[in-house]
Design a protein around this ligand. Structure first.
Ligand code: ADP
Ligand code: MG
Length: 253
């Protein structure tokens, strides 16, 4: 269980997060949803201990990101929004390099581990290929593999499907489902309602740093109905897109 407790993050005058609280259950695929600038990356960077909050805390099982960041780091794998890879190194060498950094204090990562992790993301045939020669989707998958090196219980991904083609997107989505089937908790940010509909058990909806909804998609639908969303769409049932924009108080595109 992950408790997000009254998180606030202030950048000068900008409140990137404004007193946000919600919970994420073990083993669920949890979506953090909102338009650009909503605070999604800030929130998951704080959960991942990359960034410190101005106020509040995140507690995972009994560990706090403030008091026990090193325990938290052992439990999580964080996939940043920007691809962080060495383009002139091979797939295997990137994994070895990052293993040296991310797995410090853990057991040594062997060549067999590298092969196993590459296989998880379908790159076992590409171990000796330089990153510069990989497709965009493969680079994304390698970025995910880096976060899997310490066999984390919780995988946190920041917009993993942005800028990838349809095939790679489907692969990543299938991979996220597989992780959840193996009992991992997956937290990811997205602004694609199509993905959310396919993947997520529950979501948190952010806009301008504020939490505007937390719950399942059915609950979102119900809440929108109660607030009379149907009157806006004469004749047709509102799509998930419409519901998220309505509850999240943002313009649809
Ligand atoms: P999202 O990931 O939902 O697009 P972010 O968490 O990246 O949103 O940003 C939330 C808000 O905080 C935005 O207004 C953004 O401009 C601001 N922000 C993010 N990082 C910084 C920073 N390092 N310095 C100043 N402002 C920032
Ligand atoms: Mg972001």
């Amino acid at each position: 269980m992950i408790w997000i407790k009254n998180l606030t993050k202030q950048y000068g005058k900008v409140k990137a997060l404004d007193n946000v609280s919600f919970t994420i259950k073990t083993g669920e695929i949890f979506g953090i949803v909102g338009p650009n600038g909503a605070g999604k990356s800030t929130l998951i960077s704080i959960i991942s201990t990359v960034l410190k909050p101005t106020a509040g805390d995140v507690v995972i099982d009994e560990y706090s990101i403030i008091k026990n960041p090193e325990h938290i780091r052992r439990k999580i794998g964080y996939v940043p929004q920007e691809i962080a890879l060495y383009s002139t190194l091979s797939v295997a060498d990137n994994l070895k390099f990052w293993a040296g950094i991310t797995a410090t204090g853990l057991k040594k990562v062997t060549s067999a581990d590298i092969r196993r992790i590459a296989a998880i993301v379908g790159l076992e045939e590409k171990l000796n290929i330089k990153v510069v020669q990989l497709s965009g989707g493969m680079k994304r998958r390698l970025n995910i593999a880096v976060a899997m090196l310490n066999d984390p219980e919780i995988i946190i991904m920041d917009e993993p499907t942005v800028g990838v083609d349809i095939k790679a997107r489907r692969e990543i989505m299938r991979f996220i489902k597989d992780l959840a089937n193996q009992g991992k908790t997956v937290i990811y940010t997205s602004h694609s309602s199509e993905e959310i509909e396919v993947l997520c058990n529950r979501i948190a909806l952010l806009n301008e740093g504020k939490l505007l909804f937390e719950g399942s998609l059915e609950e979102a639908r119900k809440q929108a109905e109660e607030r009379n969303i149907s009157s806006l769409f004469s004749g047709r049932p509102p799509r998930l897109d419409d519901i998220l924009c309505y509850l999240g108080n943002w313009e649809s595109d």
